[in-house]
Design a protein around this ligand. Structure first.
Ligand SMILES: [Zn+2]
Ligand SMILES: [Zn+2]
Length: 250
């Protein structure tokens, strides 16, 4: 009894507080619906002094303005990204993908939408294979696309692009091996494709080597997409060697 009274008194004097989902810091107030501290939200953006590829936002080592992947001719155009796949942003994406924290998608998507300066005709999330979708219950890329759509009033087209094969975990494969693994991994279930003649913003959670995005972008373009840009929450923190941008006048 005394213990309950004491606990009640303690709660009154020092109300129980929630910890930040990402860093564990005590939150000053109950932030709904996602318990993430201001510091973590702010820490998700690119470090200001970081040199990144002008096209895909992946960090560069060496000189130049384009990474060697983009300079070689990337099948997707400009990449909008919130920040690097590390720290608070990496944690948040992990919770979104594997921790059933779907409620993280709207605030993350809103922040990403704020960076998008063009007006694509439609948003296409990178699809999950049906079996993976059943396991997880949702496609995180679709949730991010829906959050962007809510901000920018652009339709999400998420039924026509199909992941035909489970491609397994690709984390240990290099870009060339990933590309090979992804051949014929995606297909389109509608003719003509709903993006035929349109500008597409392809949406995913993380851009690592870009092999998955390239495979989807190729299918989008082969089936009539006029342009394919990308929006991702994070780009891989691994630096890509930069090369000088060469402009050819013809
Ligand atoms: Zn935090
Ligand atoms: Zn690049």
């Amino acid at each position: 009894m005394l213990r309950m009274v004491l606990q009640g008194l303690m709660d009154l004097l020092w109300p129980p507080r929630t910890e930040c989902l990402l860093c564990g810091a005590m939150l000053a107030e109950e932030p709904l619906p996602v318990p993430v501290c201001e510091g973590c939200w702010e820490g998700m953006h690119f470090p200001p002094a970081l040199r990144c590829c002008f096209n895909c936002a992946r960090p560069l080592s060496g000189g130049g303005t384009l990474c060697r992947i983009c300079a070689a001719g990337s099948p997707f155009g400009y990449v909008y990204a919130l920040g690097l796949h590390e720290g608070a942003l990496r944690e948040a994406i992990h919770h979104l993908k594997f921790g059933d924290r779907e409620e993280l998608a709207p605030p993350l998507g809103r922040r990403l939408a704020a960076l998008i300066s063009t007006r694509p005709d439609c948003l296409v999330p990178v699809p999950l294979h049906r079996s993976r979708l059943v396991e997880r219950g949702y496609n995180q890329a679709t949730l991010i696309a829906q959050a962007i759509a809510a901000e920018l009033s652009i339709p999400v087209v998420d039924t026509a692009m199909k992941r035909l094969r489970r491609t397994g975990h690709q984390a240990k494969l290099d870009r060339a091996a990933r590309m090979k693994n992804l051949q014929h991994a995606f297909g389109v279930s509608q003719t003509p494709a709903p993006w035929a003649g349109k500008s597409v913003l392809l949406v995913d959670d993380v851009l690592t080597t870009g092999a998955t995005a390239a495979a989807v972008a190729n299918v989008l373009r082969q089936t009539g997409a006029r342009t394919v840009d990308m929006a991702v929450l994070a780009v891989s923190a691994t630096t890509v060697r930069g090369i000088l941008k060469i402009t050819i006048n013809d």
